[in-house]
Design a protein around this ligand. Structure first.
Ligand code: ANZ
Ligand code: ZN
Length: 805
């Protein structure tokens, strides 16, 4: 029998599946029988699909097809995250409109996905750049606006010097732009924000309810960064001709160290710097502040970075001891965290220690280690017992935190406070290719929401793309200026910023539930039927962007009464990165990029699907291996040739192996262990290949198990085996558990070569288990007594020999 012609059979079956999507893939079902499986929808880049996309799509397609064979009704949709900067930057360079490049790219992606035999439900396809979609993105913005979850504020924002737009904190990576890696500077600008901070606590709490990789939940927890502590009021005293006092609040997570304060630091931008700087120090302070403004947040806060600062001439009075400590300004204190002021405790904080050593400030120990002694060589940052702290001496750090805060609270010199690292989400962008923010600016009435019946606010096609720092939409007279105030009817201007594309992707999974609805973003019934998502698969790079924003959206929409759940993605798994054959990250410049189209053309869709699942655990990083690809193709060829060997016969051993295989694949798929499931199928195929005749039922059952992995070959074999219906119309096979048990054999237990007992054990029992059985044997225990065991030799299926002194 010739090797199968993948081009021929793939084309044949993809056409059939496309013609009968409902019959092939969608079964009617009850809500309890319905699952929602999702992979992160792609940005349709001009480069087309890469092997990393294939990895997550193939994995979820396999699970989807398997669940459908189990009678489940699985929603497995696909669409495009179509707005975004690459298409706009390309337009600036070439003049080709983003709408056109995006459309071409989406056509390519769709074609490539179909060539992989992915069973997406294309009837629900969405594109976030489609007015039918962004109409609802805008509508959601308006709900947030009306409920005080979207607001406009002036603040110090991240500005990318090359993209000419503001960025959310989540898009600044090591002080550079997440997209183009250019420098990010701070600018004082008025922008639109979503009030994600309102949900900080619930977004932390909710992490306990979902089945996500620990790494991702930890990243979200850190990003939200909840800190419990106290705001403590010092009194800033300005001396001179005119004595003045100011209340100076610091935020600390360590109120137990209050008696160790030897100075106060204000952020350079703190308003009290102006009030408290004495004339003598004025020039130096202003120069310092100007220098600080040019640094990025990362430069300012990194532990390793040299600390700098200047004394501003005034002193602060300690709330409990009444002592006066000098006030400094330093850029290691950030203005927008806590109160922008810190109490310096050099003995117990590393940054403060470095600062105090540099400027010769006192180091006062107030916490003693429980077991060791403080040597003064660095900061002792652990909790311990209080010393040099007056009435609080002897308390543990934990107790002292409470007692000291209580003492401060009595007369209002401090109170408990929780701070969060996360900032509100800055969502306005001064760019073209995004959803317009549906707001109209009126000189008299201020920002007015566009009436819902006027949605969508359509992105005009004709604009000047050149980035100027202002949105390109300003260049469209018709869009920007031909507009009246919905409130008073006066001439007005339309908001020209567009939304961060992460707004589009924060709710797309909801639209899939009801993607054609033109009266609601999705109907309550459909949302209830399909959502939340049961399984979500995508890259780990979205840990704090998309995955945090989507959770915020779901919580907010839940509270506004649109959703009956809070968590959008019940189970999350990340696929690991596929590296080039050289073990490096794939990149055009290194020339190590594998194009899935080439692999499909040469080896077939079934081969690339199975190979990528066989490379290793889904979540691992793994290099491409061309030998591996040919190995998988050879395996499929071998399976294919088995059709010739089918006959009427019985084969007890093969049947037993078959049941083992069904069991292993079933359980491995439940655990998403694709590689070990495939390894079992391979070893079973080797076993079948040794036979002259293979019982028909054995091969048929095997084809059913193989089908989700290699749908084309399986469908073709199924037809050759005489079936009229699609293999995917058949039920996933059951296994007989007693048949999967290993055969038991008599194993001898020896001590120094003398027989002391025996037991019936599985032929391939592990050494650990076999040892355990031997040591548990009564007679072995009797002869072993207190003797020292030197070695245990195990020959599976034969003996366990204990060597003892
Ligand atoms: C005194 C102290 C003593 C502190 C000690 C720590 C250890 P997290 O966990 O990040 O919330 N801090 C407060 N506001 C700050 C700001 N705007 N910029 C830089 N640092 C700031 O850290 C809270 C701690 O960071 C606070 O507790 C404060 O230093 C500092 F043994 O206060 B601590
Ligand atoms: Zn008006």
């Amino acid at each position: 029998m010739a090797p199968f012609n993948h081009q021929e059979i793939e084309k044949k079956w993809q056409e059939v599946w496309e013609r009968n999507p409902a019959e092939s893939f969608e079964k009617k079902g009850l809500e309890e029988d319905s699952l929602y499986y999702l992979t992160m929808f792609p940005y349709p880049s001009g480069y087309g699909l890469h092997v990393g996309h294939v990895e997550s799509y193939a994995a979820v397609d396999i699970l989807t097809r398997r669940e459908r064979m189990r009678g489940k009704n699985v929603l497995f949709p696909m669409g495009f995250d179509a707005f975004g900067l690459p298409a706009e930057n390309y337009a600036i360079k070439t003049g080709i409109h983003p709408e056109d490049t995006t459309k071409t790219a989406m056509d390519t992606f769709r074609l490539q996905m179909n060539r992989l035999g992915l069973s997406f439900d294309w009837s629900r396809e969405i594109s976030t750049a489609d007015p039918d979609y962004y109409r609802w993105t805008q509508w959601l913005f308006l709900q947030f606006f009306k409920n005080d979850l979207a607001y406009r504020a002036e603040s110090n924002v991240n500005w990318c010097t090359s993209c000419h737009t503001v960025l959310a904190n989540e898009q600044v990576v090591n002080g550079t732009c997440e997209r183009c890696h250019s420098e990010v500077i701070q600018k004082e600008l008025e922008q639109w924000f979503f009030r994600i901070t309102k949900y900080a606590d619930r977004l932390i709490e909710g992490l306990k309810k979902i089945d996500w990789p620990e790494k991702i939940t930890a990243m979200q927890r850190n990003w939200i960064g909840r800190s419990e502590g106290a705001a403590i009021e010092f009194v800033g005293c300005k001396q001179g001709e005119e004595e003045k006092e100011f209340s100076l609040s610091v935020f600390t997570t360590r109120p137990d160290t209050l008696f160790g304060v030897s100075y106060i630091v204000l952020a350079p931008e703190h308003p009290l710097v102006d009030e408290l700087t004495t004339e003598e120090h004025y020039e130096e302070v202003v120069a310092y502040r100007d220098a600080a403004r040019k640094k990025s947040e990362l430069e300012r806060t990194q532990l390793e970075k040299d600390k700098s600062g200047v004394f501003i001439g005034s002193y602060a009075r300690h709330p409990l001891s009444g002592e006066l400590v000098p006030i400094w300004t330093s850029d290691y204190v950030l203005v927008n965290y806590g109160s922008g002021a810190v109490m310096g405790v050099p003995a117990h904080d590393e940054r403060d220690f470095v600062f105090a050593k540099k400027y010769d400030l006192p180091v006062k120990q107030v916490i003693a280690p429980v077991a060791t002694e403080y040597d003064g060589a660095g900061a002792f940052v652990e909790p311990g017992l209080l010393v040099n702290s007056g009435a609080f001496d002897g308390l543990t750090s934990e107790d002292a935190k409470q007692k000291i805060t209580d003492a401060l609270e009595v007369d209002g010199r401090g109170q408990r406070e929780v701070n969060y690292r996360v900032r509100d989400w800055l969502i306005s962008r001064q760019r073209y290719w995004g959803a317009p923010i549906p707001i109209i600016w009126c000189e008299d009435c201020g920002p007015q929401p566009v009436p819902e019946e006027d949605l969508p606010v359509v992105l005009p096609r004709k604009v000047d793309f050149k980035p100027t720092g202002e949105s390109p939409l300003v260049s469209s007279e018709e869009f920007h200026k031909d507009v009246t105030c919905p409130q008073c009817g006066k001439d007005a201007r339309r908001e020209s910023d567009t939304m961060d594309t992460f707004v589009d992707s924060s709710w797309y999974y909801l639209r899939f539930a009801d993607s054609k609805n033109d009266t609601e973003f999705a109907s309550k019934d459909k949302l209830k039927f399909w959502c939340p998502v049961d399984l979500y698969v995508g890259g780990a790079e979205h840990a704090v962007l998309h995955l945090l924003y989507s959770r915020f959206f779901a919580y907010a929409l839940h509270d506004l009464g649109y959703l009956d759940f809070e968590e959008p993605f019940l189970k999350l798994r990340n696929q690991g990165m596929i590296l080039g054959p050289d073990g490096d990250k794939m990149s055009k410049s290194k020339g190590n990029v594998i194009n899935p189209d080439d692999v499909i053309a040469q080896y077939g869709a079934d081969t690339i699907r199975m190979y990528e699942m066989f490379m290793g655990p889904l979540e691992d990083e793994k290099p491409w291996d061309t030998n591996g690809i040919t190995g998988v193709r050879r395996f499929l060829d071998r399976v294919w040739r088995l059709t010739d060997l089918v006959g009427d016969s019985k084969d007890g051993e093969l049947t037993r192996e078959l049941h083992k295989t069904v069991k292993k694949v079933t359980n491995d798929l439940d655990d998403m262990k694709f590689n070990t499931a495939i390894a079992q199928m391979m070893s079973f195929t080797n076993e079948m290949s040794t036979r002259e005749i293979i019982p028909r039922d054995v091969l048929e059952t095997f084809v059913l198990v193989l089908a989700p992995f290699a749908p084309h070959v399986s469908e073709e074999m199924w037809q050759q085996l005489g079936h009229k219906e699609s293999v995917f119309e058949s039920a996933w096979p059951n296994y007989n558990d007693t048949l999967t048990q290993d055969e038991l054999v008599e194993v001898a237990f020896q001590i120094n070569g003398k027989l002391r007992g025996s037991a019936k054990l599985a032929r391939d029992l592990s050494k650990e288990d076999a040892k355990e059985r031997a040591f548990a044997h009564e007679n072995v225990q009797k002869f072993l007594k207190e003797r020292e065991v030197i070695q245990v030799i195990y020959v599976p299926g034969k003996i366990v020999n204990i060597v003892a002194k």
